[in-house]
Every structure is written in structure tokens, then in C-alpha cells.
Design a protein around this ligand. Structure first.
Ligand code: TRP
Ligand code: ZN
Length: 880
């Protein structure tokens, strides 16, 4: 049982482990009614520990202890203490073998931590603290051991038995059972342990490494998914060669395995040599996966593969260092995706996520530094701050050092710390040592929470020909942190002349060959930069390619934004200017009278985007996406979500009505014949035609409706089918919507990944996803409370994307979410805690909303036997 008053763990209290484990010998007997786990640990006292005669303390959770033996001698109950969450042996020798037998019930494990069953197969998830649900062990990442694992199971039901490393032995057992033994030569923390047993088909391929070794690549999936492996396998091979080329990292075992499982709390897991994936993050076919899914799969396969070096070979000392592996690995996978497709589009996607969701987290009650100083439940710290802001911090180091020095730094880091469990500070030190740069002040990015705000003002001195830019930074207070120090911020910028020409940035009068783009380094609370030889007031292009994860305030006029949209040489900033303009226009209409005019220049600029086919179409496809409701809410104070929704709809409808003919032409121009491809160009074409379709249906255009129905019926890929379905679902054509939903369901009812998309397109729609319909989805036979993907696709999509319905002024959306969180809390606390997120933002909203949101949080708080996971989120949200 979890105690009701969870403890806080502090970084400052870190102590090296008192005992080390050199080797682990595991034997799993798998049965339908449970599993017996035999574990033998080779333990020795840690010479670096000052706790001389410390008791041996092993972590455990939900285990039934059957026996304990020390150096082969069975211990009696008086020799040890089973505290439930710890097995304590008061006195042990310097060095010994400890054998423990535990009994667990994977078939009843709904938390999906440790060993559990999913669609008839056994599988594991040990990060962060799941190994303690399998056997007693020092469950902390700085205890690294070599594992040998023997799995025994019924041969007919579980022909495939997998664990980390190489299979070294296999054979038959009595009663139709068999076994396989695996040995992993690399010492690893127990969070990287994995086991899979099931009736799976195997897909094989090979990869020849840079040193000429042939690696066996194997994917294991349920037989019905055999045809959905190619994309992941190709992505894996691309990742392997990219990591050799860009980071000099070669794969180190002879086998690399990927397994797909349907019930999984997160996206995927980098277990050594045996990556386990959420089915939705690995299985794809043209017919069932959208372009976005193809790209996400490529990125996640790469991410998990890259962890083999950034995470497994060099791992984390403790969980406060989580961003050491996650921030770095997200940076690596985003570089990879940029190289595989369009770098500007990838940057836009990353920044959209960061600004919409990470900035919101950083401004909310769960705000924490990239390297947190404390936590209650570590699962709650797999956050956008650790992952996405952590990646931005590594990106800034990359930009400050340049690619060559950064590579020297990463080489040094991998060489110096191979086989060790280290800290974010060790990472930064390797970068300093390799480059000779001092990153002392830069380290504040790891320690201070909150998104820095840059207030930028300027003046033009026509007489002197000097343009002055003042940049002041401040970092808002966050829970437990105030009066923060200025951070080291790389700030990329350019200045444009009146014809759009880039101006040379002379920091000294008379400077020659001055570059047209500079990266200024901000280190003080305020800086003034002078640019010389400027003949007229320039238009500043600030924070190019989003060179730091900060908010920039500058009083751009709409005229200037329109100018940047068409002239900025930085594609990212062209997009950003368009977003700022659209935000400004929508914001000005929130709460405005119904007949208030929509900025006519917005229409003109969008017309230009739609009609000028000489523009980069991938960028245009992004520029046509209006800022999301979630982003508009993030930017607002006292937010009124339904009012923001109406203002955004207003602009969308106005654009669609004004550009109706252009949209039809755009749709037709981007209709393609020929084979389906997933190149940036083809993706852009599909995105453009589906945007055109969506806009036409928002205004009930009859031709749009016909095009949508036709596309829905004739599509040869999921992007187009889903594009048409989404457009119909979000339209007033109720009959077509219901028909399409029904047809789609009948066609794909056997495919859980597609049905998840079917659920979420409805739950996220203000037309098809009002509360009574959401309740109906929860009653649908395809819905399953035990499957996190289903919960996310209905409850998560409703509360996270269908914002006008969730923020219904009558409070019904909040009540609904509170109820679902409470119901999930007993079965899967990790998922329950994540679902709470929308409510934690209650302070952001106008009082009529925030009071009801707070009341919903209080109802969750008062539930009996609340998990530690939900306890932490709810209590921190209500505090202060
Ligand atoms: N390390 C995983 C990653 O690649 C994250 C992860 C997967 C995870 N499953 C989890 C974290 C379960 C906590 C709980 O990012
Ligand atoms: Zn990761």
C-alpha cells in the first residue's frame, strides 16, 4: 500500500549507494496465475560509501516474498525485515550472494509498471522505478550490474522469449514448457531491464556498422501487424547510420530488437538491446497511419535507438539528472528529423510544442528546473521541461560552441563517462573542457525554472545612422524560486531595410564585412546594442530560428509583421511573424462586438500564401495553420476559453469566405495522381489540400462538402482519409459526418491504432465531442479503460484539445475530468496523474472558470487512497 502522505526526495540528500551489485542472475517462471522470480545478486560493499556498517536495503513494491538466502543459506524471518516497500537485512558481510524468490501477478497488474500482460503477452516497463515491482533490488540508476536472465514459459502460448543482450541457451522443459537464457555483457541500471514473452511474429533485417560488423535487426509484433513494420525498420537503419556519421556512435551488441505492445504508459522505452514500443509509436502502413504518425514513428525509433549511447552506455546518476539523457536525446532526434526532412518545418513543430505546452508548464504550479531539486513521484517528472526545454538547453550549447566544438564535446563526454552514471554537470563540463568555453553562467538554465522574458525596445538615431536595441531579461517567479539571476542567452537577429534587404550588422562604426545575422550573447539583466551605418529605421528580425527558449516582447506593428512574413530570410521567423499577426488579430476580436471587422491585410497575406506556388510549399502549409486555441490561452491572462474559441472561429470563417475560390483552386492544384510518398513535398501537398478542405467545410461550402465526401471514399492513404473525415466531423453536415464516422469504424474496427484516431477526431471536435457524445464514446465496445491509448484518445483529447467544450461555463467538463481521474487513480496512477494536467492550469482562467476548476481539483484531492502520483500533482496545484 502507498502511504497517504508521500515523502519528498531531495537532490541535496543524494548519497552514493552503500552496496553495489556486480551481477544479477534472474529466472522467471511464467504462468497464467502469476510469475515466480528467482533472483541471485552478487553484492559487495561500496568502497566509496562512508556508511560503513549500513544495513542492506532493497526496494520492493507489491511483491510476495517467498524466500531469502545469503551465500546459499536460507534466512529465517528474524534475519530480515520485509517492510513492504523495502527488504532490509541488518547485517551482511563485505561481499556475498543474495538469493530472493518473489511471487508476482502480472495478469492483475493494471499500473503497467514492472511485469504485466498486454494482449496476451508478458512485457515489462521498468523505468523509472518498475524493477522493484519484479523483485527486491537497489532500484536506483547508479547501481549498474550485468544481467543474465532465464525465462521459462509454456511453449505453445509463448514461443518467443526475449530479454536484453544475446541469447546464449535455450531448451525444452517438462509439461510443454521451454526456456531461453539471455546474457547482457554491458553493466546497466535495472531500469533498462526488459523481458517479453508471447506469440509474436519476427521481422528480420541487418545493418552493417561503420567497422563492418553485421547487426541482426529484429522486430516482434502480433501476427496481424506483420505488414506494419517496414517504416520502423527503415527508420532504425537510418538512425543507426546517422548516429555513426553525426556523432561517431556505433551500435555495440550483435542484436537489436524492437517489440510492439498495445498497453503502454508512454511512447517507447530504450531497454538495452530490446526497445519496447507503444504500438501506436511503431506500427504504420500507408492505409492506417497519417503523415504525422509516420514522422512521429521515425522520430521515436531514432530517439530510443540514440539512447543506446545517450542514456544506456552513459546513464543518469539519479533521477534528478533525467534530462541528461532525455534532453540530449530529444536534441539528437530532432537534429536527425531535421536532416531527414525539412529543417525549418521541424523547427516550427518543435517550437510550437514548446511554446504551447512547455511554456504553460513553466508558468504553472508544476514548474521545475531542467534539473529538478526535489520530487515526490518521479513518474510525474517525465515532463516537457525535462524533454523539450532540456533539448533546447543542449541546442543552445550547440549554437554557442558551433557544430565542431560540440562534436568534440560529445566525443569527450562519451569517452570520459562510458559505463558510468553521471550528472548534467558532467555533461556541461565535457562541453567546457573540449571547447575551452566557460559555461558557468549557462548552468543556470539547469537550475532556474521559468521561461525568461525578453523585453526589447529600440530607437533610431537618423543623424548618427545608429540603431539602438535594448534587451532586458527577467525570469518570473516559480514555486519555491524567486529573485532569479540573469541567464546566458544566445539571441540571434538580423535587421531588414525597407526593400527587405538584410543590413550588415556593424557593432562598430566602420566595421568591414559585417555579417547580416549575429548571435548576441545576453548575460546581464539589460543590454543596449548599437548598430552603425544604418540609413533608415530597420525592421528587426529577432530571436531567429528560436535561438533560445524565451518569450520576446517587441511592439511590432501589423505592417512590420506583414513585411517580415514576406521578406525575412529566416524561414522560421517568416512563420513566426505570421503567427504573431494572427494572434494579434484574434486577440483583438476576443469579446469584440459581432460586427467588428477582421483585419483585411490578414486576408491579403493569406491569399498570397495560398496562390503563390513559387513559395516553399512545406512552409506555406505551416503558415496557413492558425495559432491553436491552446496557444492563445497560454498567451492570455484571465482566459475565457469559449470566447477565444469564438474569436478564432470568426477569423477562420472570415478567411474561408474571403478566399473561397482560392481554396478550391488550391485544393485542385494539390490533388495528386501517382504513388503515395512521404517526402516533405508530398506531405506539404496533402497538408495544403486538407487545410483547404477543412476551411471550406467550416463555411458549409457545398462544393467543399462534395470534395470531402469524394476524398473520404477514394483516399488511398490515411492522411487524406483522416483529413476528409476531420473536415466532415468539424462541419455542420451532420448527416455526412455520421455516415463517414460509421463507414470509417466499420472499415477499421479490427485495428486498434486506427480506432484510437477515430476516437480522438470525435473527442477533440466541438461538434462531435460535447459531453453526452463523450460519454457515449466511453460506453463504446471499442473503448477500454485498461488501455492508456484509448483513455488518451477520448478523455485526453477532450480535455486537452476540445477546449470550448471542456471549459463549458457550467463546469460539466471539469466535473467529468475529475471523475475520470478518480476512476483511473486506482488502476493506473501514472496515467491518472497526466490526465489532471488541464485542471492544474486553473489560475490562468477568468474567475468563473478558475473557481470551478479548483473545486474539481479539491474533489480529486479528497478521494480515498489517492496515489502518490495524483497526490503530488493535485497538492502542488492547489498550494500557494
Ligand atoms: N525513457 C523513455 C523515453 O524514451 C520514457 C518512458 C517510457 C517512461 N516508458 C515510461 C518513463 C514509463 C516513465 C514511465 O523517453
Ligand atoms: Zn527518452
Amino acid at each position: 500500500m502507498r502511504s497517504n502522505q508521500p515523502q519528498t526526495i531531495y537532490l541535496s540528500e543524494y548519497q552514493v549507494p552503500a552496496y553495489l551489485v556486480d551481477h544479477v542472475d534472474l529466472r522467471f517462471e511464467l504462468f497464467e496465475e502469476g510469475a515466480r522470480v528467482h533472483s541471485t545478486l552478487s553484492v559487495r560493499r561500496n568502497p566509496d560509501s562512508r556508511a560503513a556498517s549500513a544495513p542492506l536495503e532493497l526496494d520492493g513494491d507489491s511483491l510476495r516474498l517467498e524466500s531469502v538466502a545469503l551465500d546459499g543459506a536460507e534466512l529465517s524471518a528474524a534475519d530480515y525485515e520485509d517492510r513492504g516497500d523495502q527488504l532490509v537485512i541488518a547485517s551482511v558481510p563485505e561481499q556475498f550472494e543474495l538469493s530472493v524468490v518473489t511471487w508476482i501477478e502480472p495478469q492483475n497488474n493494471t499500473r503497467l509498471e514492472g511485469l504485466y500482460k498486454s494482449s496476451g503477452m508478458f512485457c515489462t516497463q521498468c523505468e523509472a522505478e518498475g524493477f522493484r515491482c519484479i523483485t527486491f533490488f537497489p532500484d536506483r540508476p547508479d547501481v549498474m550490474a550485468r544481467f543474465r536472465t532465464r525465462i521459462e514459459a509454456d511453449k505453445a502460448s509463448y514461443p518467443v522469449l526475449l530479454s536484453n543482450g544475446n541469447d546464449v541457451d535455450r531448451g525444452e522443459l517438462e509439461g510443454g514448457r521451454h526456456f531461453v537464457t539471455w546474457e547482457d555483457p554491458f553493466p546497466k541500471p535495472c531500469y533498462l531491464f526488459a523481458l517479453v514473452a508471447g506469440d509474436l511474429v519476427e521481422k528480420r533485417d541487418t545493418f552493417r556498422t561503420c567497422s563492418g560488423r553485421d547487426i541482426d535487426l529484429r522486430m516482434y509484433v502480433e501476427p496481424r501487424n506483420a505488414e506494419k513494420c517496414d517504416h520502423a525498420m527503415d527508420s532504425l537503419k537510418r538512425s543507426m547510420s546517422w548516429d555513426e556519421e553525426v556523432y561517431g556512435r556505433e551500435y555495440d551488441l550483435d542484436i537489436f530488437m524492437i517489440v510492439a505492445v498495445d498497453d503502454f504508459n508512454m511512447g517507447a522505452m530504450e531497454n538495452k538491446g530490446l526497445n519496447i514500443f507503444n504500438s501506436s509509436c511503431v506500427l504504420a502502413s500507408q492505409d492506417t497511419a497519417t503523415d504525422a504518425a509516420f514522422q512521429r514513428i521515425e522520430a521515436i525509433v531514432a530517439h530510443e535507438y540514440f539512447h543506446n549511447w545517450s542514456g544506456n552506455r552513459v546513464t543518469c546518476r539519479d533521477w534528478f539528472q533525467l534530462s541528461l539523457k532525455e534532453g540530449f536525446t530529444v536534441f539528437r532526434d530532432s537534429q536527425f528529423s531535421a536532416d531527414m526532412g525539412s529543417p525549418t518545418v521541424k523547427r516550427i513543430e518543435d517550437v510550437t510544442l514548446l511554446r504551447t505546452a512547455q511554456f504553460a508548464e513553466d508558468a504553472g504550479p508544476m514548474a521545475h528546473p531542467v534539473r529538478p531539486a526535489s520530487y515526490m513521484e518521479i513518474s510525474n517528472f517525465y515532463t516537457l521541461t525535462i524533454y523539450e526545454k532540456g533539448a533546447e538547453v543542449v541546442r543552445m550549447i550547440h549554437n554557442l560552441l558551433g557544430p565542431e566544438m560540440f562534436r568534440k564535446g560529445s566525443d569527450l563526454y562519451f569517452e570520459r563517462h562510458d559505463g558510468q552514471a553521471v550528472t548534467t554537470d558532467d555533461f556541461v563540463r565535457a562541453m567546457e573542457d573540449a571547447s575551452g568555453r566557460d559555461l558557468t553562467q549557462f548552468r543556470l538554465w539547469y537550475e532556474q525554472a521559468g521561461t525568461p522574458v525578453l523585453n526589447v525596445s529600440d530607437e533610431f538615431d537618423a543623424e548618427q545612422g545608429v540603431y539602438r536595441l535594448n534587451i532586458a531579461q527577467h525570469i518570473p517567479d516559480t514555486p519555491g524560486q524567486s529573485n532569479k539571476k540573469p541567464q546566458h542567452i544566445p539571441f540571434a537577429l538580423g535587421l531588414l531595410g525597407s526593400r527587405g534587404e538584410p543590413l550588415p550588422l556593424k557593432l562598430e562604426a566602420g566595421e568591414e564585412n559585417a555579417p547580416a545575422e549575429r548571435v548576441l550573447e545576453l548575460t546581464e539583466a539589460s543590454h543596449t546594442f548599437e548598430f552603425h551605418g544604418i540609413g533608415e529605421r530597420p525592421v528587426p528580425s529577432l530571436l531567429r530560428h528560436f535561438s533560445a527558449p524565451v518569450r520576446v516582447n517587441y511592439p511590432w506593428s501589423r505592417e512590420q509583421l506583414l513585411f517580415l512574413m514576406s521578406h525575412d530570410p529566416d524561414g522560421f521567423n517568416r512563420w513566426d511573424a505570421g503567427q504573431r499577426l494572427a494572434v494579434d488579430v484574434i486577440q483583438s476580436l476576443v469579446g469584440a462586438p459581432k460586427d467588428a471587422a477582421v483585419e483585411p491585410r490578414l486576408v491579403t497575406s493569406y491569399r498570397h500564401l495560398i496562390c503563390d506556388s513559387s513559395l516553399d510549399q512545406a512552409l506555406v502549409a505551416k503558415m496557413l495553420q492558425l495559432p491553436s486555441e491552446a496557444y492563445l490561452i497560454e498567451l492570455a491572462d484571465n482566459a475565457d476559453a469559449p470566447a477565444i474559441h469564438r474569436a478564432r472561429e470568426r477569423v477562420l470563417k472570415h478567411l474561408a469566405i474571403s478566399l473561397r475560390d482560392e481554396l478550391v483552386a488550391c485544393y485542385r492544384r494539390n490533388l495528386e495522381s501517382g504513388d503515395y510518398e512521404i517526402t516533405p513535398e508530398a506531405i506539404a501537398r496533402r497538408s495544403l489540400r486538407n487545410t483547404a478542405l477543412a476551411w471550406l467545410l467550416v463555411i458549409n461550402d457545398e462544393e467543399g462538402r462534395e470534395l470531402a465526401v469524394r476524398q473520404f471514399r477514394s483516399a488511398d492513404n490515411m492522411t487524406d482519409r483522416m483529413g476528409a473525415l476531420r473536415a466532415l466531423v468539424n462541419s455542420d453536415y451532420e448527416e455526412d459526418r455520421n455516415l463517414a464516422l460509421e463507414e470509417f469504424y466499420q472499415q477499421f474496427r479490427e485495428d486498434p491504432q486506427v480506432i484510437e484516431q477515430w476516437f480522438s477526431v470525435q473527442a477533440a471536435s466541438d461538434r462531435a465531442g460535447q459531453l453526452p457524445q463523450i460519454h457515449a464514446l466511453l460506453e463504446h465496445p471499442a473503448f477500454d479503460w485498461k488501455n492508456p491509448n484509448k483513455v488518451r484518445s477520448v478523455v485526453g483529447a477532450f480535455a486537452g484539445q476540445n477546449l470550448s467544450a471542456f471549459h463549458n461555463p457550467d463546469g460539466s467538463g471539469y466535473d467529468f475530468l475529475a471523475e475520470q481521474v478518480c476512476r483511473l487513480d486506482d488502476s493506473n496512477p501514472q496515467i491518472a496523474a497526466r490526465l489532471v494536467t488541464p485542471l492544474t492550469r486553473w489560475r490562468k482562467f477568468a474567475p468563473e472558470y478558475s473557481e470551478q476548476m479548483k473545486a474539481a481539483l479539491e474533489r480529486i484531492r479528497d478521494k480515498d487512497g489517492l496515489s502518490r502520483d495524483v497526490y503530488e500533482v493535485v497538492h502542488k496545484s492547489l498550494a500557494g
